[in-house]
Design a protein around this ligand. Sequence first.
Ligand code: 1PR
Length: 553
Amino acid sequence: MTKEVVHVIDLESGNLRSLQNAIEYLGYEVEFIKHPLDGSLMHAQKLILPGVGNFGHFVREFHARGFVEPLKEYISSGRPLMGICVGLQTFFNTSEESPDIKGLGLLNHDLTRFDDSDKSVPEIGWNCVETTVADPNTLFSMDPGSRFYFVHSYAGIVSSEDIQRLEKDGWDLATAVYGSQRFIAAIVKDNIFATQFHPEKSGLAGLRLIDSFLKQQKFTKIVNKAMSDVEKTPTGLTRRIIACLDVRSNDKGDLVVTKGDQYDVREKTDGGDVRNLGKPVEMAEKYYRQGADEVTFLNITSFRNSPVRDAPMLEVLRLAAKTCFVPLTVGGGIKDVVDPDGSQISALEVATLYFRAGADKVSIGSDAVSAAEKFIASGGQKSGTTPIETISKAYGIQAVVISVDPKRKYVSDPADCKYKCIETKIPGPNGEKYCYYQVTSQGGRKTHELGAYELCQACEKLGAGEILLNCIDKDGSNSGYDFELISQIKGAVSIPVIASSGAGNPEHFEQVFKNTTVDAALGAGMFHRGEYTVKQVKDYMNDHGLLVRLDEG
Ligand code: 1PR
């Protein structure tokens, strides 16, 4: 039986692989349209306009490829159109992100940046949506208890007057609240439907929504009930739980998930091969099914005996993105490289390969340290050439995570230390009351004259969108997170921070969210060793008054 075709406009702006995977998972075939002149837009019966990254870059490309008039014709023909993220933003008048560029002006409103004085910006995480429209049956499958994955710095922030005005223009709106700011989460008018969030990354709730759009079933079947009695978080987002897979090849050459103690991943006995805890793709799917809000892959050694295009990690991403409908991050080796044949491959090209394979974010470790060192040494001058800058310019800051590998360093007197110190409750071996966190790179093998506080601030200025905060002292210890480190880094930046290293049981997740303002928490060893499932962690948190995403099928 031939499958129905869904057309997707492809401006080569980011991860379309996941959208393709989601549509195919629902039983359709996908055809991409890169240029409207090939005629496929005329024949399309169901069209999706997805977008990530910079508004100006995206809209300029949309105009340059001649999409504006054909899209307007498509809309007036009455055939269904769905916009996603920057695809939705394209329907607005303007965006503060790119003031010189005009959107299509279908929705009479402007996009502005979220206020970061009371919350992390970008908004990265799972939010719920509300609607004030008289007939909620117009909004496809957006039920009040479902959580959807948002990742954006700019939004159509609305007052109640704006909502009334836009409703008078014929729009049905769903809104979400981030911190204290209400913004447009989804819009519907006639055959146009668009969401600010990414349904293809929103687990079962997102798949249901895409399915409803493709079937043009506008009614809302309540699957997840509103969780009004659970915690009201300061941002409105659920507490984000991430499963992390450290991946490398073992001595037999197999790609395995491993896990170290303070970054040492070799067995202490039997010849000391790399600990093998399972297969990366299978484990990623297992964690997705258990309810992980994100999955992160860290390629902890660089497989540099093959061309970048054949990197085994690309295949891992391609396969994982077929079954995991939540955001995927990949780290390790995101830097300018030279292939075995001598050809130079820029970090931006490496990142592009990963985004095309299905990654939503790339995580930069060692190269971020070099970039920060140069940035600080130059008195804060941006070169425009570092991977942080080139990748965030092309794909948006939300796509660039910095993985930090710090180690606690005790000092007797903070006045003698060049780096930002904290007064610690855990005194050093000689009774020292102060410490800073020294930056390392190359998987902890190289130490740098730099503090984690200074590193994170420099990376934020260079264009990073999120910090993955490991801690070598705590890694694999099962003794809980280092709250002092987390609080110091939360005070250094306004981008989201992910706590990592030390989780050994569900209580540790509860504690990190209750004792710090961290945006997400990551676990590795306790999941891989089968001591706890992600679901057990979330159920525990829910039972202890913390808001988590529990996506019921
Ligand atoms: O430097 O850009 O190539 O990136 C290399 C990446 O690999 C960095 O993100 C670095 O953190 C990571 N990495 C390098 N060596 C190791 C190692 O373990 N030998 N792993 C390593 C870092 C830390 C976390 C771990 C948490 C939670 N792993 O990912 O998952 O500590 O563990 P736990 O919950 O079991 O305590 P580049």
